[in-house]
Write a protein of this length. Structure first.
Ligand code: PEP
Ligand code: MN
Length: 294
């Protein structure tokens, strides 16, 4: 076996350490095509929706609203990794069916989390993008399994993971033959307790330097506070991210999961308008749906 060296003891990571994810393989960067939505390149993609799929009414009303406001991809968890076994765990296959209903109704691709190798086949049937959550970034059997799929995968950075570990985790998927991988910075654990995680925006330019894979930022989990989300969302665009993953709920106070960090529909609409203005200044093309009101 060829030895892959990683400079984990120094501040100097090199693209060449990452056999398939390394930037040297594709200096111009990868552009993924998810059911017609391009991720990477000059475009800037918006993925939005509730943390968890809760009901038909909740999902469809949120899907309609975020779609109208320009989001190109609908998010929603059907399998939820909760700290407590007594918290809402997700609607599982019923939730996936609701995501499919939203996709068909609004023509919007969906991203949803897969937590276990035993769920991969089922989630593939419904999802346009498979999400590997922070807690599973180094679940190597799961990474190998999604490496066998022919579905785009968004790999979220583990809350305690270095960028070297994130990139090596992506190699597991790429090495299986699945070339459609994007990375997601979602904040890391630090000594700071006033927000849920520390939004490591350093990661964006560093990852863009090291890898050709698109980089998405999730300021919802990165901050844990809805009021902070627009600030970090704009910062993420300015620092070179390829898109955002934003939690939006029609009634955050009643949300079964992550209400405090979820934007209302109105707040999401305002953010879209601000991002549109910023995109012109930073030379990005905010991709919006054809029916978008912005
Ligand atoms: C999520 O996106 O709902 C989620 C659980 O994210 P993370 O894995 O980053 O905590
Ligand atoms: Mn969440």
């Amino acid at each position: 076996m060829e030895k892959i060296t990683c400079n984990i003891d120094s501040y100097f990571l090199e693209s060449s350490s990452y056999k398939k994810a390394g930037r040297h393989n594709r200096p111009d960067g990868t552009v993924l095509n998810v059911s017609g939505v391009k991720i990477g390149g000059k475009g800037f993609v918006m993925m939005a929706g509730p943390c968890a799929v809760e009901s038909e009414q909740q999902l469809l009303s949120t899907a309609k609203a975020v779609h109208e406001k320009g989001a190109n991809i609908l998010r929603g968890g059907a399998f939820k990794p909760r700290s407590s076994p007594y918290s809402f765990q997700g609607l599982e296959e019923d939730g996936l069916k609701l995501l499919e209903e939203a996709r068909v109704k609004y023509g919007i691709p969906v991203i949803t989390e897969v937590m276990d190798t035993r769920q991969v086949e089922m989630v593939c049937k419904y999802a346009d993008i498979l999400q590997i959550g922070s807690r599973n970034m180094q679940n190597f059997p799961l990474l190998k399994e999604v490496g066998q799929c022919r579905k785009p995968v968004m790999l979220k950075r583990g809350m305690n993971a270095t960028l070297d570990e994130l990139l090596l985790a992506s190699e597991y998927i790429l090495n299986g033959g699945n070339e459609e991988v994007m990375l997601c910075e979602r904040g890391i654990r630090s000594f700071e307790t006033s927000y849920r995680n520390t939004m490591d925006l350093n990661a964006v330019p560093m990852l863009k330097q090291l890898t050709h894979l698109p980089v998405i930022v999730d300021p919802s989990h990165g901050t844990g506070h809805a009021w902070m989300v627009p600030h970090l969302a704009k910062a993420a665009m300015a620092v070179g991210a390829d898109g955002l993953l934003i939690e939006v709920h029609s009634d955050p106070q009643q949300a079964l999961c992550d209400g405090p960090q979820s934007l209302t529909i109105e707040q999401f609409g305002s953010l879209m308008i601000e991002l549109k203005a910023l995109s012109k200044a930073v030379g990005r093309n905010l991709i919006v749906t054809e029916t978008s009101i912005i």
